[in-house]
Write a protein that binds this ligand. Sequence first.
Ligand SMILES: Cc1cc2nc3c(=O)[nH]c(=O)nc-3n(C[C@H](O)[C@H](O)[C@H](O)COP(=O)(O)OP(=O)(O)OC[C@H]3O[C@@H](n4cnc5c(N)ncnc54)[C@H](O)[C@@H]3O)c2cc1C
Length: 425
Amino acid sequence: MAWDFETDADFQQHLDWVDRFVREEVEPLEHVLVSPYAVQDPLRNRLIRPLQAQVKARGLWACHLGPALGGPGYGQVKLGLLNEILGRSAYAPTVFGCQAPDTGNAEILAHYGTPGQKRRWLEPLLANEIVSSFAMTEPHGGADPTLIRTTARREGGEWVLDGQKWFASSSNYAAFFITVAVTDPDARPHRRLSAFIVPADAPGLRHVRDVHLAGRKPQGHAHGYLAFEALRVPVDHMLGGQGDAFLVAQTRLGGGRIHHAMRTIGEARKALDMMCERAVSRPSRRGTLADKQLVQAMVADSWIQLEQFRLLVLRTAWLIDKHDDYKKVRKDISAVKAAMPKVLHDIVSRAIQVHGSLGVSNEMPFFDQLLASYVMGLADGPTEVHQITLAKELLAQVRPGDEMFPSQHLPTLARKAQERFREAL
Ligand SMILES: Cc1cc2nc3c(=O)[nH]c(=O)nc-3n(C[C@H](O)[C@H](O)[C@H](O)COP(=O)(O)OP(=O)(O)OC[C@H]3O[C@@H](n4cnc5c(N)ncnc54)[C@H](O)[C@@H]3O)c2cc1C
């Protein structure tokens, strides 16, 4: 299928509605609520539930899901066009039923959950009646999951977990955690770990402390430091088979990374819009900031960077739809993931500069966006790990040549050409 960056008229109508709805109804929420994840907060529910009902009525709830799980199954390209609008607001994913980490955890449960696990955890999660957390990273290391130290040992009808987890997002609101622990220490590295569901009230689960992002008030959405102290879960709380944790964790990452990238387009575009508004509004000698060529360069560079990134994201989304398999598009997803932090960082930095002192004040949202750009370089795998994945795959496709002169060595090519055309010369 060839595609031309335009979508069909019906879906465009949805997008137009979403654009207006997010600007008018959803963006104001961040000024009155503490967190989109605070399902225990009555005010949050009073304001968010009616908006979620409108989204459901338009058939736009949980658009990342296929029909089997109650979603429309639009595919990644349409999802990309939708998500780049949702990226304008931290509350929009929750209003549209596609907020991380619940999306990834739901994908895991849909794929590996038993009927009982689906009934108890997946159904309320998809309805946003509860929220969840994914607890894999540990305090002594995150980028390399083969270093995980938390253990799980079988005792009768239970698994007993001991260890520590770090930066488990939404830990203070979660009804359950999906976690991983070593069950087979002597197995090869990728078969040592198993995945478990840990209910928030499991005996032996201790919240050491709620960690918050730098500059944020110590309230709202926390990234928990957790201790598992002889934590007990029944044997039927394992997800997948013993030793399957790597497969289980992979299920959530492909979609998560690309959906994050789609929303980053919206976030960066918001910063660019603000930069442009400031430039045309702020008087300067003989005109406005928009008349200064160095300011124009900042606007132009930002637009180019954003559009290049958007094309990379949409092309990757198209490839995922085409292959229907994230693994076949690993290189492209890694490229998107590695590019994402810099795009947001650069555009937000320019927006700050054009806003002058107002830009660095707490009266504009830029600091949060800048912090988000650093978070994007860490969460779901650091940038360097994705650069390595991309480079390895590219290099694996190339055959070594002569050790002294590359295949495009001009004198060698000239000699070969002269030999080939000897008769004509
Ligand atoms: C906002 C936020 C939310 C998060 N949410 C969750 C969550 O919900 N659940 C969860 O389990 N985790 C979560 N994390 C943790 C995240 O997955 C880890 O931060 C990430 O995997 C990196 O691990 P680390 O922080 O321990 O860094 P380390 O592993 O200590 O790495 C530090 C740095 O070393 C470099 N590095 C590491 N490995 C390599 C390599 N192979 N090659 C080259 N350089 C390398 C990179 O520059 C990297 O940034 C979250 C993190 C953030 C910031």
